[in-house]
Design a protein. Structure first.
Length: 408
């Protein structure tokens, strides 16, 4: 996919999303926990113009340009009917359906990735009359990551000690990198270039583990409630620390401070307490720390295996959550002795859906070409801001992107 020079594009005013806005393209990533949607809506003036914009490498054909926005939305997979209702309410006008004049069941195709693209194919056909055009999950993840890293300004950032800093990514020096996608499970992918990658590792202890185990242990009713609980918790009540073993002192010889966790949940062995004796917030914090730490460590070991300095973390487990990102970043920093860097993506959970969206071009389906994304919508935050707690969750939920689609 060609990515244009961002500065050469005329930026249109962002439109307010409304149910009247014409949704012409939509892609789905139907995962084990969440369904992610990416859809394009044209600007309110119709936004379809003959290209008069100077772009460095886009729209050579001089065809019409659709100007608008990419929107992002997510639903729990267990509530797939809400997602179907949402798509229905958007009065999706798939270009292929309108132009071909073919029966809906035959020709209406929307790109979809993730296991649910197989599992729920019949449901989409039955309820919406659309076929899911299946795209490979890893291909989509990598395409989405490359696209965001190359085209979207202020997409990647580091997070350390409550300080968020946007990273300047040199497009010429992007590869290789390690992509760690923390969804229900975790995939670790070494990315060497566009479409060039290998899934080098993964772990089954991921977002699904945090939410599943956390729900059992705390009786929380939602993921966000569990995350919220973790803010108020103190993991030292549950975890066995080096100081607990060493009588309050550090184990200096091997560089372990007295506050380092020797064993997650280790205090529960000796405390002679039952689950009810622990505060749910302490359990939530300990669990979040255990899983984030573990993922950070395994990621670093894989980066080390292949000599990769940059690790990009994505997936909805992160949820723009300060403590989660901080724990992962500290783990990478600690184990790499400061050599490797953890970076996070603002559109963390939408990589797969974005990659599926991109594949419209790849397959030449309805002649769609997305040449460039211009920049984050103005509501996006800017670099160097301090975020605490879950402050970024809202931002990461639906950060829409202004963009142009070139039709040939
Ligand atoms: P998948 O494709 O496997 O569904 P995601 O990237 O969507 O992966 O991440 C799913 C994980 O995100 C869950 O396992 C959970 O840890 C976390 N999560 C964040 N928000 C929610 C939510 N509202 N409901 C369920 N899980 C959530």
């Amino acid at each position: 996919m060609e990515i244009g020079n961002l500065e050469n594009h005329v930026q249109s005013e962002p439109m307010e999303e409304s149910s009247q806005a014409q949704i012409s393209h939509l892609a789905l990533d139907i995962g084990g926990s969440l369904i992610k949607l990416v859809y394009f809506s044209q600007n309110s003036d119709g936004g379809c113009s003959k290209s008069s914009v100077q772009v460095s490498n886009g729209n050579e054909g001089g065809g019409p340009v659709l100007e608008g926005k990419l929107h992002f939305a997510k639903f729990e997979t267990a509530k797939i009917h809400d997602c179907i209702d949402f798509i229905q309410s958007k009065q999706l006008r798939i270009t292929g359906c309108q132009h071909n004049g073919a029966s809906a069941n035959e020709k209406c195709v929307i790109k979809a990735t993730g296991g649910g693209a197989y599992k729920f194919a019949d449901l989409f056909k039955e309820k919406l009359g659309i076929c899911l055009g299946k795209e490979d999950e890893m291909d989509s993840l990598v395409a989405g990551a490359n696209f965001l890293l190359k085209s979207v300004h202020d997409e990647a950032f580091t997070y350390m000690d409550g300080q968020k800093e946007f990273a300047q990514i040199d497009q010429e020096d992007l590869y290789p990198y390690l992509l760690v996608n923390i969804g229900s499970g975790v995939s670790m992918i070494k990315v060497d270039g566009p479409g060039k990658f290998e899934r080098v590792s993964g772990t089954n202890v991921g977002g699904g583990t945090f939410w599943g185990l956390g729900r059992l242990l705390t009786k929380c009713k939602s993921f966000d409630e569990l995350l919220e609980l973790s803010h108020r918790g103190n993991n030292r009540v549950v975890d066995m620390l080096v100081g607990d073993i060493y009588g309050g002192t550090d184990y200096k010889k091997i560089g372990l401070s007295s506050t380092a966790i020797a064993s997650s949940f280790g205090k529960a062995i000796s405390d002679n307490k039952e689950l009810e004796d622990y505060k749910p917030e302490d359990i939530s914090r300990s669990l979040l720390r255990m899983i984030s730490n573990n993922i950070g460590q395994i990621s670093y070991l894989n980066a080390l295996r292949f000599g990769l300095k940059r690790i990009f973390f994505a997936g909805f487990f992160l949820r723009g959550h300060a403590y989660t990102m901080d724990t992962i970043a500290v783990a990478v920093h600690f184990w790499s002795k400061g050599e490797a860097k953890a970076m996070f993506l603002r559109h963390e959970g939408f990589l797969g859906a974005l990659g599926a969206f991109m594949s419209y071009e790849k397959h030449g389906f309805d002649n769609l070409m997305v040449h460039q994304l211009v920049q984050q919508s103005p509501s996006a935050s800017h670099g160097g801001d301090k975020t605490h707690g879950p402050a970024d969750s809202e931002l990461n939920d639906n950060p829409s992107i202004n963009c142009s689609i070139y039709l040939s």
